[in-house]
Design a protein. Structure first.
Length: 302
């Protein structure tokens, strides 16, 4: 079981070198992360975008392109389509977002002709290492699905469990975050949380998954809070995955962990044929490197 963000890179190094297709690779932080991943022996990059800009930036960050395939694309749309097609045709193992907008990349991912779509919902999974917590904490979905329905939440859980399992987490403990622990018809999130717990008990998510809900954030991550409030659950104070009811909740928790708790992180999109490395353009090269390692681990376990 991987307990630290840095351990993900070590785990990725242990596996085979994976081919990473980078869409719109003409970005300094992206190519810095790619350089570090190459030097660590994690990936073989396949770069798509403006070739002149890619080569200029690569030189500035010290990335040797002598043995790297650089594919010139006239614009971001062409870059996204070419990178996605590289993965869908098996010439690359997984995908990374570069300088382009997320919507441009996902349009190519979901294209029925060249894309990576499956019958599953796409959802974003972040992995954090908060100093105050005793292990890694997965958060979903604070980046894609705005107000998911119960059926969509079920698929989001499946995606997050796949990511957690790839990290060696077992059993996987899922906390369905709400504002209270009692089911109330006035709070749809509590109703959905109870339904997801019932689905787990019926075997929906497999034998090594425990779902708890409704459960507030403090009870999901704090044993002390559980003792004070007399809340008994195997998930209490020991959650692996926080399933949030809306994108605002996930976005808020995630940004608080990043900017207030200074928690190292990594992020991917799940639900496609392969993981998609997707982080904010404001994220550092370290976060992008962590995300490449995470994507590599998941792709190798797919």
């Amino acid at each position: 079981m991987i307990k630290h963000i840095n351990d993900m890179l070590e785990k990725a190094v242990e596996g085979k070198i994976m081919k990473l297709a980078v869409a719109a690779a003409e970005d300094t932080e992206v190519l810095e992360a790619v350089k570090q991943a190459v030097e660590a022996g994690v990936i073989e990059p396949v770069l798509f975008g403006n070739e002149e800009d890619i080569r200029r930036i690569a030189e500035s960050v010290g990335l040797n392109l002598e043995d790297v395939q650089v594919n010139h694309c006239d614009d971001f749309v062409a870059s996204a389509r070419a990178a996605v097609q590289s993965v869908s045709e098996g010439r690359s193992d997984f995908l990374m977002k570069g300088l382009l907008d997320t919507s441009v990349l996902l349009k190519a991912v979901l294209d029925k002709g060249i894309g990576l779509r499956t019958d599953r919902l796409l959802s974003h999974v972040m992995v954090y290492e908060p100093e105050a917590y005793h292990k890694l904490l997965l958060l979903t979905d604070g980046g894609m699905n705005i107000a998911p329905s119960l059926e969509e939440k079920k698929m989001i859980v499946h995606n997050a469990v796949q990511a957690a399992t790839a990290l060696g987490i077992s059993p996987v403990k899922v906390a369905c975050i709400t504002a209270k622990e009692k089911v109330s018809d006035k709070m749809e999130a509590t109703v959905d949380a109870a339904a997801l717990k019932a689905l787990q008990q019926e075997g929906e998510f497999g034998e090594n998954v425990v779902v708890e809900g409704p459960i507030a954030f403090d009870l999901a991550v704090s044993e002390e809070a559980c003792k004070i409030k007399k809340f008994n659950s195997p998930v209490g104070g020991d959650a692996d995955i926080l399933l949030v009811p809306t994108i605002e909740v996930g976005n808020g928790i995630g940004k608080a962990l990043t900017y207030m708790a200074k928690a190292p992180s990594a992020g991917v999109i799940m639900g496609a044929k392969t993981p998609i490395v997707l982080v904010s353009r404001a994220d550092s090269a370290d976060v992008k490197l962590n995300s490449i390692a995470l994507g590599s681990i998941i792709a190798s376990n797919a």
